[in-house]
Design a protein around this ligand. Sequence first.
Ligand code: ADP
Ligand code: GLC
Length: 485
Amino acid sequence: MAMKVLFASSELAPFAKTGGLADVCGSLPKALLQWGVAPTLVLPLYRSVTEGGWGLELVIEGLPVVMGQSEFRTDIYRGWLTEEIPVFFVQRDEFFDRTYLYGTPKEDYFDNAQRFAFFSRAVIALGEALSIRWRIIHCHDWQTALIPLYLKAFYSNHPLFTRTKTIFTIHNLGYQGIFPAETFPLLGLPSRLFSSDILEFWGKINFLKGGIVSSDQVTTVSPTYAKEIQTPEFGYGLEEVLRARADELVGILNGVDYSEWDPEGDPHLVAHYSRDGLQGKRRCKEDLLKTFQLSQDLMERPLLGMVSRLAEQKGLDILCQVVDKLMAAGAGLVILGKGQQKYERLLVQLARRHPQQMGVRIAFDEPLAHKIEAGCDMFLMPSRYEPCGLSQIYSMKYGTIPIVRHTGGLADTVVEVNPKRGSGTGFKFSTYHPDALWEAIEKALSCFADKELWLRLVQQAMSQDFSWSRSARQYLKLYRRRRRG
Ligand code: ADP
Ligand code: GLC
């Protein structure tokens, strides 16, 4: 019989997305299905989902969700990721009928603790209502980190959940869900859990910590990041907590869904291309230059691109410091991003200074993200830290050579180019400093000038395979082990 896995997350492509979490939660379940897992997905019913025209079906009306002294009611809607993978949506308009997922560009929503505690509690209530003996509940990031706590506190003797194990995947330690102690009563958890070995963190509540200490298995999204987060530099204060669980902490590299990200059939592109037929890539570049109204002279010069959340993590401060040099070298630059206002403003200013060579679009724009992956020659990810990173994996498939910092999943997926041997798939630098980034860019620019070498690098990058099969099997192994454990 198929193994029943309840999969809870705050993002899921194509329904609701701000970053890679959505891509992973939308693609890993499809891969698991091939290995005999029956995944059931749960997501909040955000306004953007309601307005998305997904044809959702109301399947449960007024499901009670108990949060301490209060009882909330929720209607449950159902959609489908594929014909075989149902997605249940938890409705509660006061929490989720809002413009954004987590907050406005200025600040996080004030009640995020309550919103996602409610969601987490509702996931279990739904699991119960579906009357399925769940083998695994797989939770992702702080938004679902309380699920293992609710399960232990209220369901340890429930017949549907006695054998249920929890897996908690950390996609980004930079977001922990830290809230004031006064919020605790709203979570509906026993007060003993607000202790230094569980939820308490420097006098506050830390959702991520709760998930790390109380789930049966902890994973993160690349082997290198799994090591890094056990050190003070990357642990964001949780390194000790993670080290204490080192035996149950594994890094499993994210896979990607090539049915969504492949230049051979990508519906967002003006022309298609493959490793052995690259003509279409030039047409994509031409189209991209037009989209950003940049000089067509750039057809013969290197065009660099970036698609990113504009967050501290992504290395925008060092990137902005090399833009003038890059322009002086005659290259082009296109950036698509959304996020912190200071970076949005800075990038727009820089683009104004170089209107022929640099284009910036402040937006979340899925089709444009694909066009940039295809139309550029190089892709920039100078991240301060990067748990896995998917964009560099996509860029390799599109023959757009990544320039990345040697950290986390970027270290695990990109192989440094050796121009003499003609080997490698990208350019890397280690020190987080504009000079180090510039050195890597210069190396890339000089390799670009050698047409034969460049073609070889492009074809090598396009031959890499980061599809889910291997990584999904690693998750499956964990699911199996946890079942026995
Ligand atoms: P992260 O999850 O940290 O944001 P990843 O590289 O794992 O980084 O995933 C980023 C995903 O989000 C990619 O699918 C990328 O195309 C997408 N993305 C990021 N910013 C934008 C944007 N402004 N418009 C469209 N897609 C974006
Ligand atoms: C996070 C990380 C990113 C990772 C993604 C999916 O958003 O920042 O590196 O690829 O999650 O796991």
